[in-house]
Design a protein around this ligand. Structure first.
Ligand SMILES: *Cc1c(COP(=O)(O)O)cnc(C)c1O
Length: 468
């Protein structure tokens, strides 16, 4: 968290006399800029670079990070384009009309991919990521509900949003920030995400929408969006309640269109009002881009849309930010252009194949039980079997010794008894790397088996990994 307290900390950076671009055997030792205050004067550019560069060596090796969904590699040509566009402000449509045009093409491409009824007039926008996209989609749902229920809202009715307890934290944020009651369906037994019956049971006249997740960050599974929609169709027939659905396709929105073409989860379902995805996850772009699309103009209340200057005219925008970098949007267009459908199918297919291969390999090692197999998102979760003397936190800690980041964490209600490890296979995580991971695990297992009990039973605190 960046809310650090800075007061009273007098630590300073130190410059080595004879190492790196800032080397200056006689002069540089006098430089010692403070960490938490502005120094009185400037530091030479090379010295500033060296100091920060050296400090950042402590950050992990992103390619060995199996915890994150976010892209950790792009082609040189994409990086070059991004560097060329670092100074472009996405909001300045008048100054950068062609960047705005590439954004619109990306929206149209996604609208086609997700089967919008009329892709060429689809409404959508780029965002900083899925979190912002989910905020916007949630706001649209809330505003539509207020329009339909103006009297009851004025009389104090409180809107609610229905979802599984496995939703990503952005949905809890949405509910807190915009004062919507979060109605979450707990997990139950081997059901680790939202099902149609649970969704319908939580809906009432104050429900602004149901969130379906494609797929769950906890275990990589797809929620049954079509079944949830069918159950809501049935609810409407019985009660007249018409509850729209938003699909959080942060990851799956860029997987299912290429690998599960026959799975119906998108705008083919009339009840799906909006969809989001993270361009920087399986959209294969570096961090900083997401997308939100609405099925048609009716799904996005116009009072939420603002206008900015564009080539002497006006262009609608929907965003929480104002200024924002354009480079990521340009990089997204690069990836779309570069890969095409077949390219995406190959890249995502390779990830899923590696995920399945690794899951099976881990199952064969013994001592582990798979909860998912990487055959939906290229992501799987597994736990330890009852007869071994170590737990998932021990495995995570030991893998870290070799540089692998495989997070371990406990499931939410009502499966707090279950702790898992999760592996996210991304572009660049090859079968070779999977074999290296399997080899390291196989080498560790005999040692882990010699532990008397899981370390947390000896009072060693379990380190819960980042897993969103
Ligand atoms: C990652 C993720 C988010 C948040 O997306 P960001 O792009 O990181 O803001 C939301 N929902 C799901 C299902 C996710 O996997």
């Amino acid at each position: 968290m960046a809310l650090h307290k800075g007061a009273g900390d007098d630590r300073r950076l130190t410059v080595g006399p004879f190492l790196g671009t800032a080397a200056d055997p006689l002069g540089s030792m006098e430089l010692a800029p403070p960490l938490h205050r502005l120094a009185d004067g400037p530091v030479p550019a090379d010295t500033a670079y060296q100091l920060i560069h050296d400090e950042l060596m402590l950050d992990g090796n992103a390619r060995l990070n199996l915890a994150t969904f976010v892209s950790t590699s792009m082609e040189d040509q994409a990086t070059r384009l991004m560097t060329e566009c670092l100074d472009k402000n996405m909001i300045d449509k008048d100054e950068y009309p062609q960047t705005a045009e590439l954004e619109r093409r990306c929206v149209a491409i996604l609208a086609h991919l997700w089967h919008a009824p009329d892709p060429d007039t689809a409404v959508g926008c780029s965002t900083t990521g899925s979190s912002e996209a989910c905020m916007l989609a949630g706001l649209a749902l809330k505003r539509r509900w207020i329009r339909r229920n103006a009297d009851r809202y004025a009389a104090g009715a409180r809107p609610n949003l229905v979802m599984g307890v496995n939703v990503q934290v952005c949905w809890e944020k949405f509910c807190v920030f915009w004062e919507v009651e979060a109605r979450t369906a707990p997990m139950d037994g081997e059901r680790f995400h939202l099902g149609p019956e649970q969704a319908v049971a939580l809906c009432d006249e104050n429900t602004i929408g149901v969130v379906g997740v494609l797929g769950s960050t906890f275990d990589g599974s797809y929620e049954p969006v079509a079944e949830i929609c069918a159950a809501l169709d049935d609810l409407q027939q019985r009660t007249g309640l018409d509850v729209p659905v938003h699909v959080d396709g942060a990851s799956g929105g860029m997987i299912a269109p290429f690998l599960d073409e026959h799975l119906v989860w998108d705008f083919r379902l009339p009840r799906v009002a909006s969809v989001n995805t993270s361009g920087h996850k399986y959209g294969l772009v570096y961090p900083g881009v997401g997308w939100a699309l609405w099925r048609d103009r009716e799904a996005l209340p116009e009072e939420l849309v603002f206008k900015v200057n564009y080539l002497g005219g006006e262009m609608p925008t929907f965003a929480l930010n104002f200024s924002r970098p354009g480079a990521e949007v340009i990089a997204q267009y690069y990836v779309f252009l570069r890969l095409g459908r077949a390219g995406f199918r190959a890249v995502q297919g390779a990830c899923r194949e590696v995920a399945g291969y690794l899951a099976e390999g881990i199952e064969r090692l013994g001592g582990f039980r798979l909860l998912t197999r990487g055959d939906q998102l290229p992501v799987f979760a597994f736990t330890t079997t009852d007869e071994v003397p170590f737990d998932v936190f021990d495995v995570s800690r030991r893998l870290r010794e070799r540089g692998w980041q495989v997070p371990a964490y406990t499931f939410p209600a009502n499966r707090e008894d279950l702790a898992v490890l999760r592996v996210v296979c991304r572009n660049g995580f090859s079968r070779d790397l999977a074999d290296l991971l399997l080899g390291d695990l196989a080498r560790l297992l005999p040692e882990l088996r010699r532990q008397p009990v899981p370390l947390k039973d000896l009072g060693v605190p379990a380190r819960t990994g980042f897993h969103h």
